[in-house]
Design a protein around this ligand. Structure first.
Ligand code: GLU
Length: 503
């Protein structure tokens, strides 16, 4: 049997470190067994998925050197590898479940489900679907459909008993069915939910081992039921530990940059990042810290995984990167520096910004230091402003950060529009609004034009700097809640979601 693994990211934003981590382990495991590694794009959440994010997933995997044997970009015999292009396949398999009585059509309105949930909560019960629509006869179901009622398809779940399954790293796991909801499999828009699509695709794509994050353990009973209903063999399950922030909370972009591109833009070498990710919950048999992905593949053994949440620590990664940099020959060092950012193509983008402001070449570096390197550290005092009060400063930083997180086009006009719209909403002059952002981006109150600086830095470095500034100013838990609410209100005034913004 050929071992086949996959990653199945949803293209909803930045190429996440977690995706890179899963990709590395799936790749290393498959390749250690002479197997194949696939990429599938899980884009059934149409509102949140977008082609730009898909492209940056491909690019990030390429940068890390993790080649796919099959995938939307690599092709292969089990395509299409984008779930949005597999709608008919899911419909076929939903039909199989309906005919065999393992699933049913559900006509419950969102209002009924809200009331049901509220009642369950009030009674101190788990919330979940109550099986209401299972009572209808086929004729009644047909009559409702003919009358134009909308429905979803839900899977049946036993009311009693326990689901038992094995996780290769964690041993036998038992989850009572009472904790499992009658999951929606097919939505009203005809798209499958994750749970149906993942099972159908993993089976049809011949996946033998599923290596994914531990947050999916609680979904296994649904998946196992579906495998049983279809009469298919469930792949071997391996739930890897989640990456953690240094404070051991789940890695989140509010506390830690999570985009692979951030590390690339910072000048981390791909081989150092891959090496570091390889140390997350795994170690080489001789415990050496520096190893290539090929060495990892050759020594790979799942039994060497440890389950304690691995901490992704920027200092350790920087140290490791330094080791790689020091090992380069002077020539290679120059080549890599050039590939990174010090090249004509990239530096020429600065010319329109600095030419008019330059009398001697020696004037250049002090103007662009924050664009080519880290900006200086900030203090909260620097954000004290005559024209803005402390609440406004934090609101500007917070709302800009949130808006930029969902901006797809990282261009001057979009950045300007984002800030202008927020400034208008807050009733603050644009000039004043931009002041804390100048500080966050350049570390100074006066620098090269702000939006040009943001474009040059790119979205990842820019957003991390703003988040870092928020951390410097400090936001209490209470203030964070207030800001979140205020931002939601702002979005409502924009008519829900901004056309160029998609959550
Ligand atoms: N689309 C899921 C994710 O984004 C895939 C989970 C799985 O590997 O089953 O993580």
């Amino acid at each position: 049997m050929t071992i086949r693994t996959r990653i199945a990211p949803s293209p909803t934003g930045d190429p996440h470190l977690g995706t890179a981590y899963m990709a590395l382990f799936n790749w290393a495991f498959a390749k250690s067994q002479g197997g194949q590694f696939l990429l599938r794009i899980e884009d059934t959440d149409q509102a949140r998925s977008n082609p730009a994010s898909e492209k940056i997933i491909f690019d990030a995997l390429d940068w890390l050197g993790l080649a796919r044997d099959e995938g939307p970009d690599a092709g292969g015999p089990c395509g299409p590898y984008r779930q949005s292009e597999r709608k008919d396949i899911y419909l076929e398999w939903v039909d199989v479940l309906l005919k065999a009585g393992h699933a049913f059509k559900c006509f419950c309105t969102p209002e009924r489900l809200d009331v049901l949930r509220a009642e369950q909560r009030a009674a101190g019960h788990n919330t979940g679907y109550d099986g209401h629509c299972q009572q209808y006869t086929p004729d009644e179901v047909q009559a409702r459909i003919t009358a134009g009622e909308q429905c979803v398809v839900r899977m049946k779940v036993p009311q009693d008993g326990v689901c038992r399954f094995r996780d290769e790293l964690r041993g036998d796991i038992e989850i009572p069915y009472s904790q499992i909801d009658m999951q929606v499999l097919l939505k009203t828009d005809g798209f499958p939910t994750y749970h149906l699509a993942v099972v159908v695709d993993d089976h049809l794509m011949g996946i033998t081992h599923i290596l994914r994050g531990e947050e999916w353990i609680s979904s296994v009973p649904k998946h196992k039921l579906l495998y049983d209903y279809f009469g298919w063999q469930m792949p071997v399950m391996v739930h890897l530990p989640l990456l953690r922030n240094p404070d051991h909370s789940k890695l989140s972009k509010r506390k830690h940059p999570t985009s692979v591109n951030y590390y690339r833009d910072l000048g981390i070498l791909p081989e150092a990042l891959v090496n570091y990710l390889g140390m997350m919950g795994w170690s080489m048999p001789d415990e050496r810290e520096m190893f290539s992905k090929e060495e990892m593949r050759d020594a790979f053994d799942l039994q060497r995984m440890s389950l304690g949440g691995p901490v992704f620590d920027m200092r350790k990664l920087s140290w490791l990167n330094g080791q790689y940099l020091r090992n380069l020959s002077a020539d290679d060092f120059m080549d890599r520096l050039e590939q990174w950012a010090v090249n004509r193509e990239r530096l020429s983008r600065l010319v329109p910004l600095i030419q008019e402001r330059t009398e001697r070449f020696a004037d250049i570096v002090p103007q662009v230091d924050y664009l080519l390197g880290n900006r200086g550290a900030l203090t909260a005092d620097q954000f004290g402003s005559n024209r803005l009060n402390a609440d406004q400063v934090i609101q500007i930083l917070d709302h800009t950060s949130r808006s930029l997180d969902t901006l797809h086009k990282w261009e001057r006009d979009q950045l300007f529009e984002t800030c202008q719209s927020l400034a208008d909403y807050m009733g603050v002059k644009l000039r004043d609004f931009l002041q804390p952002l100048f500080l966050a981006i350049s570390g100074r109150e006066v620098s090269l034009p702000l939006f040009d600086s943001m474009v040059f830095l790119g979205s990842d470095l820019t957003r991390v700097r703003i988040r870092d500034a928020i951390g410097t100013v400090g936001v209490s838990k209470k203030a964070a809640k207030r800001l979140e609410k205020a931002y939601q209100e702002y979005q409502t005034t924009r008519g829900g979601l901004n056309p160029q913004i998609e959550k």
